[in-house]
Design a protein around this ligand. Sequence first.
Ligand code: PFF
Length: 474
Amino acid sequence: MSQPRDHWSSNTGLVLAATGSAIGLGNLWKFPFITWENNGGAFVLVYLICIAAVGLPIMMAELLIGRRSQKSAVGALKDAVASKWPAGRKLGALAGGWGVLAGFILLSYYTVIAGWSLYYFTKSLSWTFGGYPVGMLPGDLFNGQALNTGLQLLLSLGFSLGTIAVVYFGVSKGIEKIARIFLPILFGILLLMLVSALGMSGSAEALGFIFRPNFSELGMEGILEALGHSFFTLSLGMGAMITYGSYISRKHSVVKASGAIVALDTIIALVATVIMFSVIFSVAGMREEISGSTVGMLFISLPELFYTEVPFGVVLGPLFYVLVALAALTSTISLLEVVSAYLIDERGLTRHKATIGAGAAIFVFTTFAVLSIPGLLGVSAEGLLSTMEIFDGKIGWFATADHFVSNWMLPTGGFFITLAAGWFMTREATKSELMDGTEPRWFKYGAWRFFIRWVAPIAVAAIIVFVIRGVDFS
Ligand code: PFF
């Protein structure tokens, strides 16, 4: 006999857990960097529009698909397609499986980057107590740790074990409990950092850069990058939110939760960007130094600045890297849950076996990611994992996997989800999930249906067309 399904204990529990999934390296690491690359203002505005017009409707779609079927991604998408087209169950299963695979691959390298935050946390603690080493070249420190294979395996193993430990205890006793503790800590640290950053001399210029749009600075690729990133940052397109939706009980509102998750994720991304840019704009010559990589901003430029420029940086430095680690952990938890929930619901495994088995299998691929770090950093190296090139210019397994997930898997998965909710499910089915008496007054079902049937699929199809034509969003 199967166990009764675990549920979130309250709407707040659901919102915190799903927001924990959404807030991650995408907010703290990727968003500030792509905002920088795309010259701020106009890019940020377009991003906000993408979040509202595409991200929010798909968030509601994923949560409602999950809540309706009370099954993880594969089962839920099967049911969604079968709602109008019983013979299409296989297609739904295939799409769900595609999402589970995306979760598997994404988790395999996400823990490696998360591991770097653990390293910088311990390093910054030692600088806080022992003083920042004068004359150290931050780039050398970064490369030194990243190219130390043993250390990298240890860090990512630590992160993977932490993830497995939480998912092992299940939805309400593991995932929700951790989110209830970690998210408030995360918000608190960010608030402290924001106050400190706004006091710096470059903050006004940073705010202008981020919020004053100048459309001559933004090209078509920037627009698509904003759209592509809205999927990644909201954990959409691979069934994570379908899975979390399957633990929502009838009493709780999909619409309210979606609004809160999307709003919190967006605010945190903006706050992180304001903090980082305030620091960067306050230091002479720093802009030129923020060169060609995301890694550069978070792990090369910032550590030193905490100890030389930021008010209370000796305290904020270690706190910042704890923040990155906590944000990453609540995301890796949701990735492992996608894979584990599939094994539990569709393959009949117990939660304990599913979590440990999936965690161990994914870690095998994490070792591939670690072994391919030289390829990622452009350091000359030998061996297939570091030198393989399936996609143009993506050298090594790490870069290949990231490219495949962000460019191909999330948009195609997201496209299918818009079809499932907008076209395969009946109007009555989606309406009864969204308009169940728990919805807030601002919500209009007809508007949602228009966005999920037309706006979202067309926008996502545009990403896919551009990816096919060779544009790169990873
Ligand atoms: N939303 C996460 C971030 O912004 O870092 C990444 C992510 C987590 C994507 C979980 C997908 C997912 F299922």
